[in-house]
Design a protein around this ligand. Structure first.
Ligand SMILES: Nc1ncnc2c1ncn2[C@@H]1O[C@H](COP(=O)(O)OP(=O)(O)O)[C@@H](O)[C@H]1O
Ligand SMILES: O=C(O)[C@@H](O)C(=O)COP(=O)(O)O
Length: 433
């Protein structure tokens, strides 16, 4: 096994797994840390944790347990995967987890690179941009759990971790692989532990992937994962085609009734919900009812969805808690973090009942939301299929007949929920081919 990934949420895990497969590495995604002794074949394995927003001590313990299992498989590189919008404030978990992984692995240096240019996340002089905006000016400033008010990755890492941070700038990246390696070494010798890597294009990620392919620990987003995969994959086009065929077979969504569950409040998910609302039956979640009795209310959502006909070209029903920033601010001012937790718990209860009721295709928007839903479905791992949009592959549960599309908050086009419908339904309601 070459690469072991520890992902801090479930959409992040499917995101990087999809890019590793697309760039030539046979990859399996595990849900939580498998029992000791569990073995997996392939070039890469991704452990999905739900550790982005829990207390740092828990995130560290879960990540170290994942590390131990990955080391038992003989992984020669560990990849700490977090969000391309960093999703980690001054008190966040990325620094504490990175500190703990460095100590456990026995290294004094790692890199920090959440860039994902294909989805508009780029890093310039250590500042993270989302599209044309600094991270702190993007929709991420209003995130319900991790509002991002700083865009400087060096500052964020130094606030969260024990180490000092430095940066390899675009100018160095453009001088090539050896220049990047030399700069990382120079920074290490000067006492830096966290080297932020600038990247504004896939060409930069190619250079970076080659430069860090031999490091024991790297940290970042799926863009760096793709760069490393391109650097270490055999380059044999036959093998890449064979992997693509295997992925298509493993990941092709199952036929049968589906559901769309949306718990992300991102700008893009708001637009996707608005677009799908005109086409499909919709259940708008009442947060107060989630707070009052999440399990009973979740079951009620599921009964509503199961009663919606899906024959005759009708799209899957949508259950949504997605709210605009001003509405969310009101809810949070009134109920605090309990509101988000209650919504997640209600979605978990709904998911269990939906699967028991025969739903075989789950499209879920939001990382925390996807974590709750997937954990409720009690699956142990995913085979990774083709990407619906960059960073969102179809995945197939390995131990039950379930297909899932776990969508990161800001990923996918406005038509994403339509794009996830079977071809015969898209032919009726429109959407991508
Ligand atoms: N209307 C709402 N009120 C309060 N919290 C909400 C509401 N809708 C969703 N949430 C919560 O917001 C969080 C969104 O996070 P997540 O699912 O990770 O989305 P994203 O991928 O956009 O970060 C979840 O915990 C979800 O339960
Ligand atoms: O890099 C990304 O944006 C994703 O891989 C990711 O981590 C998704 O997290 P959410 O936005 O919370 O879904």
């Amino acid at each position: 096994m070459m690469i072991g990934v520890i992902a801090d949420d479930f959409t992040g895990a499917t995101d990087i797994a999809g890019f590793l497969v697309a760039n030539g590495l046979a990859t399996t995604q595990m849900i939580g840390v498998p029992e000791a002794g569990t073995t997996v074949e392939g070039d890469a394995v991704v452990v999905s944790l739900k550790s982005r927003s829990n207390p740092a001590g828990e995130a560290v313990a879960d990540s170290l347990a994942a590390l131990e299992w990955l080391q038992s498989l003989g992984c020669r590189q560990i990849f700490q995967k977090y969000c391309s919008t960093f999703d980690s404030t001054a008190k966040g978990n990325i620094g504490p987890v990175a500190d703990a992984l460095m100590a456990a692995i026995g290294t004094d240096i790692t890199v920090v690179c959440p860039a994902l240019p294909i989805n508009g996340r780029s890093i310039y002089k250590g500042y993270l941009f989302v599209g044309d905006q600094l991270l702190q000016e993007s929709g991420m400033k209003d995130h319900p759990i991790t509002p991002m008010t700083d865009s400087n990755l060096m500052r964020l890492m130094e606030m969260q971790s024990k180490g000092r941070a430095g940066v390899v700038t675009t100018a160095t990246v453009e001088r090539g692989v050896e220049a990047v390696r030399a700069e990382i070494e120079r920074l290490r010798a000067s006492g830096v532990s966290y080297v932020v890597l600038d990247a504004v294009s896939d060409a930069h990620l190619d250079v970076l992937g080659q430069a860090v392919a031999d490091m024991a620990l790297v940290t970042g987003g799926s863009g760096l994962g793709a760069g490393i995969a391109r650097a270490v994959a055999t380059g044999d086009t036959g093998r890449i085609e064979e992997l693509a065929r295997a992925a298509a077979e493993a990941g092709t969504p199952l036929h049968g009734p589906g559901i769309v569950i949306s718990g992300s409040c991102s700008v893009m998910t708001n637009a996707q919900v608005a677009a799908y609302r005109d086409l499909a039956p919709v259940f708008d979640v009442d947060v107060e009812r989630c707070l009052a009795d999440p399990d009973a209310y979740g079951a009620e959502m599921a009964e509503w969805a199961l009663a919606q006909p899906q024959d005759g070209g009708r799209p899957a029903p949508l259950i949504t808690a997605t709210a605009k920033p001003e509405v969310l601010r009101g809810i949070q001012a009134r109920y605090g973090a309990a509101a988000s937790e209650a919504v997640e718990r209600a979605f978990a209860a709904a998911a269990r009942r939906l699967a028991d009721g025969g739903i075989v295709r789950f499209v879920v928007a939001g990382g925390e939301t996807s974590g709750s839903v997937t954990q409720a479905l009690a699956v142990s791992g995913f085979a990774i299929g083709p990407q619906i949009a960059p960073g969102v592959p179809w995945v197939r549960a390995v131990d039950r007949p379930l297909s899932l599309a776990l969508k990161s908050g800001n990923f996918g086009a406005e038509s994403f929920f339509v794009d996830c419908q079977p071809a015969e339904i898209r032919a009726v309601i429109g959407g991508a081919a």
